[in-house]
Design a protein around this ligand. Structure first.
Ligand SMILES: CC(C)(COP(=O)(O)OP(=O)(O)OC[C@H]1O[C@@H](n2cnc3c(N)ncnc32)[C@H](O)[C@@H]1OP(=O)(O)O)[C@@H](O)C(=O)NCCC(=O)NCCS
Length: 178
């Protein structure tokens, strides 16, 4: 597998390893972190399955799903996940997603990680457009998307099922310069 390492001032983005389970479970099992996500809070088996899937996805040809561990360089802890899904049918189109351990919120770290992945992927895959969805009341996520230069394109009605209930999402997107 090709090593993938993206370094920023405070972070290193890298592929997940089995030994990341404890750090990853710390945020993935936190009900405050998963309040607006369509997964979680995770059991330890859910987190193990996620890491195994991320490792398997990294070996897929062609690469379609990228799930990277956000490693905090000072503490060497894995403090979050940032990922992209490359469009299968629409060339140059990708979605982005992220989550972060609550202890590290509000320091600009998610924006730093997502911007670095976006810059890398935009070049590596000649991305033309990036998009993301978030729940309408997830203001922190919407703000991160705005800081990445994305604009709200509209509201998707009842497009995602969370705990058996159909919920609306906001669609954010940016057209890249490639
Ligand atoms: C969304 C999330 C990843 C943001 O992480 P973070 O590291 O705190 O993000 P950043 O520090 O880079 O930026 C957060 C921004 O949101 C703002 N923000 C946070 N809470 C907010 C709120 N309730 N209302 C408005 N803005 C808010 C912050 O002030 C900051 O903006 P600023 O730099 O202009 O001040 C984190 O809250 C999280 O993990 N949430 C749970 C998982 C999740 O929702 N993932 C996204 C699914 S779509």
């Amino acid at each position: 597998m090709k090593p993938l390492r993206i370094r920023t001032k405070r972070l290193q983005l890298r592929r997940f390893r089995p030994e990341d389970i404890e750090d990853a479970h710390a945020y993935a099992s936190d009900p405050v972190v998963t309040r607006f996500t369509d997964w979680g809070p995770n059991t330890i088996d859910d987190t193990r399955a996620f890491i195994q899937e991320a490792i398997a996805d990294a070996q897929a040809i062609p690469l379609q799903t990228i799930s990277l561990a956000i490693e905090h360089r000072d503490s060497q802890r894995v403090i979050g996940t940032v990922g992209m899904e490359l469009g299968k049918s629409t060339l140059g189109d990708a979605s982005i997603g992220f989550c972060m351990n609550r202890e590290f919120w509000g320091r600009g770290l998610t924006t730093e990680a997502a911007q670095a992945l976006l810059d890398w992927a935009s070049d590596a895959f000649q991305l033309r457009r990036v998009y993301a969805t978030c729940r309408p009341d997830n203001q922190a996520s919407a703000r991160v998307l705005e800081k990445l230069g994305m604009k709200c394109e509209g509201r998707l009605l009842r497009n995602v099922q969370v705990d058996g209930e159909w919920c609306d999402s906001l669609l954010y997107a940016a057209v890249l310069s490639n």
